[in-house]
Design a protein around this ligand. Structure first.
Ligand code: HEM
Length: 235
């Protein structure tokens, strides 16, 4: 019998990942193992998760209100909101009309996560939710930097999983729900991330300041090499 070491590799088209949202979604789901079974787990859990939504949404907005850098986004006029707007961050309260409007959008989103069919239309919606936060995705008035999106994503995951842990159901169900929610949020995070990669928000490399000449940098690196070699012989 001939033993072969050759592994089967599925080809993934790098270009399609950028241009075809469904192709990208399917690849990320496949990589993480987010599958039909997870979607069924989420659907089955909808009756126990849906009642948690109002508390989750209130907790999210309390958190966003606890920092000026995140609360400031809500004094901008958001898409579809025609009501009264507060004039400053200090004037804006969690019970204001503008915040109720946003809370309602977030509630709908969270409910959809556990009730929707995961078809092309829904994937487009998940992508829209991401792109609406940044000019790179077409928003003309709001630029929520990725640092806040990532922080909120981690926070939402923590409160959702904490709520699931506290549910009155068996350990096997809890584990399945926790794993499905975790994978789903990472899939959503990829859809956010793609609007932020390779943009001006990418980290800026620190260049050596002008006071360091090429010779000084060369001498420093030669010293580092000698010190490194000395340590290597001592160890
Ligand atoms: C966990 C990450 C986040 C999720 C899941 C999320 C969810 C949503 C949803 C569902 C909408 C409404 C989309 C629609 O119109 O259908 C929205 C819009 C909005 N979100 Fe987020 N969001 C996230 C992070 C953030 C953060 C960190 C901020 C600000 C600190 C923020 C501020 C806003 C604003 C200002 C809008 C309105 C945009 C506009 O209408 O122009 N979001 N978000």
């Amino acid at each position: 019998m001939q033993i072969t070491n050759k592994k089967r590799m599925e080809h993934i088209d790098a270009q399609l990942l950028k241009t075809d949202i469904m192709y990208r979604f399917q690849y990320v789901c496949k990589f993480m193992g987010f599958n039909e079974e997870d979607i069924k787990v989420l659907h089955d859990a909808a009756p126990i998760i849906a009642p948690l939504v109002p508390v989750v949404v209130d907790t999210v907005y309390k958190k966003l209100h606890s920092f000026d850098i995140t609360w400031k986004f809500f004094i901008e006029r958001n898409e579809g909101f025609h009501g009264k707007l507060a004039s400053s961050v200090d004037q804006l309260g969690e019970d204001d009309e503008a915040i109720h409007f946003r809370k309602n959008m977030l509630s709908k989103y969270l409910t959809k996560l556990v009730t929707a069919q995961y078809d092309a239309k829904f994937v487009k919606y998940l992508d829209l939710v991401a792109k609406i936060h940044t000019p790179a995705g077409g928003n003309k008035s709001i630029n929520v930097e990725y640092i806040h999106v990532n922080a909120l994503m981690g926070y939402v995951e923590d409160i959702l999983l904490n709520a699931v842990c506290g549910l009155d159901c068996d350990m096997e169900t809890k584990t399945k729900v926790i794993r499905a929610v975790n994978k789903l949020l990472w899939v959503q995070n990829d859809l956010f991330g793609r609007w932020y990669c390779e943009t001006k928000d990418a980290p800026v490399l620190v260049k050596p300041t002008k006071s360091f000449t090429g010779i000084q940098v060369g001498v420093a690196s030669a010293i580092a090499t000698v010190v490194g070699a000395l340590f290597a012989t001592l160890l």
